[in-house]
Design a protein around this ligand. Sequence first.
Ligand SMILES: O=C(O)CCC(=O)C(=O)O
Length: 285
Amino acid sequence: MLAMLKRPYPLVDHNGVLGHLSTDDVDAIGADLSLRGYHVFMQRLSDDLCDRLLEFALAAPCARRQMDGEATTESAAARYPREKPDAVLYDFREQDLINNGLIQNLMADRSIIAVAQNYLSAQPIVDVVAMWWSAASELPDKQAAQYWHFDMDRIKWLKFFVYLTDVGPENGPHSFVEGSHRRGGISKSLLQKGYSRLTDEEVSANYSPDKFIEFTAPRGTVIAEDTRGLHKGKHVTKRDRLVLQLQFSNSLFGGDYPKCTIRNPSSPQLVEMMANYPRLYSHYT
Ligand SMILES: O=C(O)CCC(=O)C(=O)O
């Protein structure tokens, strides 16, 4: 229905941080996403852009996320204590993220939008911009999405994970079960556990080992993923991991996310895209 009612925008230019993508490239990426549920882009964000986003993430306030077993406490947002973190995860405020001109450029990036639109077969809407630090811990944490789970917030969506630090096996690689995003991709026995966090043992009993993908990759790497499939962030055992995430959905039906405002964007690219493709930014006031 949405593909018919919200027909894709006639985007002619698909150039951006993911490369100079032809229509065939975008179609091939869409086919890969449909088949496997994820796509890792060859083209990475430049070192300069990673440096500038890292600089932002070391200066901007972020809030420690409540950890498993911890009583709810309001913690004031502050700079990430990189040398002595005392939580598993630190979240940035979405409003601060969308005020940042570099992140605005990514929200308006034509290569990212083309891939999202192709996968959704409808006009996309940016409905989540998130960034967080994951810090080293002894054990995985449920609140930090370090157990297997699937998302279920919208009708159809695509997430882009952007690594802003190098991610090796010890730095909490994002992980996905290939093919689990498809209809019937998650077994009845797992679905019967409800919308819950699942252990490695529970999940590994249902898939062959070659379906478990751990994305170790250098900083600047972009991974697109349909998180209707089973995924998690492996817990960090050494140093930390900084990830930026953009989500594109085909509709705002579903999850009720707090609204933020795009006020006087400093990115000319975003100004142009907002004027030409208003539905793309309709989540923001
Ligand atoms: O930190 C990660 O890699 C997992 C994130 C996640 O589960 C999500 O964004 O839906």
